[in-house]
Design a protein around this ligand. Sequence first.
Ligand code: NDP
Length: 610
Amino acid sequence: MTDQTTAPAPPSITIDKEALKARYREERDKRLRPDGNDQYERLTGRFAHYAVDPHTPFVERAPKTDHVTFAFIGAGFAGLVTAARLVEAGVTDVRLIDKAGDVGGTWYWNRYPGAQCDTASFVYMPLLEETGHMPTEKYAHGPEILEHCQRIANQYGLYDQALFHTEVTDLTWDDARSRWVIRTNRGDEFTAQFLGMGTGPLHVAKLPGLPGIEDFAGHSFHTSRWDYGYTGGDHEGAPMTNLSDKRVGIIGTGATAVQCIPQLAKDCQELYVFQRTPSSVDVRANQPTDPEWFATINEPGWQQRWLENFTLNQTGGLAAEDLVMDGWTDLARRVVTKVMSLPADQFTPDGLMTAFEDSDFEKMTEIRARVDSIVEDPDTAQKLKAWYRQLCKRPCFHDEYLQAYNEPGVTLVDTDGKGVERITDKGVVVDGREYELDCIVFASGFEVGTSFTDRAGYDATGRGGLKLSEYWADGMRSRHGIHVHGFPNLFIVQLTHAANLISNVPHNFTEAGRAIAAAVNHALKGGYDEVEVTEAGEDQWMELLHGGSGLGLAGVIGSSDCTPGYYNNEGQPGGLGHELLLAYPAGPVAYFEYLKAWCATGDFEGLAFR
Ligand code: NDP
């Protein structure tokens, strides 16, 4: 684990930029569709059976009618790190609530074969130093990450109060008692002085809205509810032996599919991959962690140092070293190298954007060349090439994905950007041809561009009966993405209106969790019942977000020039999707520094304590 370099030195290649831009536009235009987010189906009503938890049996329990100091909706990384910071600050009365049967959030649900983090474990897995856990691989697999979530919950005593298989149905602020009343689908009606929400942007699975989807007579499931009962095998990686005589189709080729296709390719008799848009798949270069090497970095403050170093490198900062050295930092390092070689007269915003674009063209040209070097059939290789800027879609990294297409039982069914035509009782139809299947795996992703309250499945009623859905009807308003005026003692833990660091989502939560614990601690120590962002404090923040480019790098990736996907609201930038991309104009590093200083002064500028 000493040589962590993944990317080869950029070869000197000649790139016809205008031809590439034209190709990118052509491919994007093929995929634009007027229904945007509406093309998908929710796992409710007639599709509700797709959402059933296959991992943990449901256990009856008596409804809760008590009071806790802090209730947190969502027991994934956001809830776990915030709760851990609260416990460290002396607030031990914390209740996690989750629709899942345990902690873990995305790592609870997504147990598909091959699930693995895409950002290096040393920065991706939170609270490593606090828990003393050494990730066993540079990119840990799902079971280890889920176990780490359980480790955090155990270490900080979060299981005692937790409510699982519980969905919040209503949140109402009780002004007379300065507390939140929380109601759930399990008949609970309890109160909390403080309330957190960390339900993640990608927690509501979706299906493609295809004609005939209900007619399929074979078996089908969504990747976030992997049915090992049908496939055989398990989350730990045991072979899916029941598939050895099965024809399986997988719809979708996003980050999830890229990770599970290699396993399916090994275990199915026949695998059909239905592709609308190829992912860009760069080198993974996973490796086991050498404990001797780990001992050399494991000194007090090591993980915070790694987090800050990764964020600085990944966002194009001038760092003296690159500790993580991976595909995320590679692109940024290329941009920096290019920018540093710009003549003084090109050192302008346009010059910088051109340097960024040129680096991207080079990177994507290499990634396309990688397809040719691995995939044996030239026609299949051609179809697996991604024609868009790398950050238009979630970049993928894998060392077995492209190789899977060399397996004799694997067929790529490319739909030339149109997607699957329909589903029949026997299988999947593309371009008029029916592919007969025993099983369909929907790797069709999660809702993003819909409203926060729609995805959450509940509304929050704040001071004076104000509904969060109404307050945010024209887009989210907040300070730091955490505090919302009119909603006292409420803290939201997510990425936007803040650092919006998409390359390492848990880092956003770690910093937000610290700031929340500091504010709650200040309220409790000072004997205050309430803490709320003032109207002016929120306005000032919104002006700041809208004042700069406002979107930062996320604005580039979420642009209408990109092929449709959830980063750009399915090719319809603006509206709620646009609001979701708003970020601190000076970037993630500056945001984290700002937030640290904001807490350190003890003034909590913009908040009112009563
Ligand atoms: P995505 O939304 O990225 O992918 C959904 C896939 O379904 C896309 O390939 C999409 O095509 C395809 N699709 C949708 N409708 C149709 C249709 N009608 N016909 C054919 N194909 C269709 O979901 P994922 O679950 O793959 O990933 C979601 C996110 O979860 C990732 O972006 C990432 O943030 C996270 N993730 C992280 C991982 C990690 O860190 N290790 C691993 C896996 C996921 P199109 O592209 O054309 O829309």
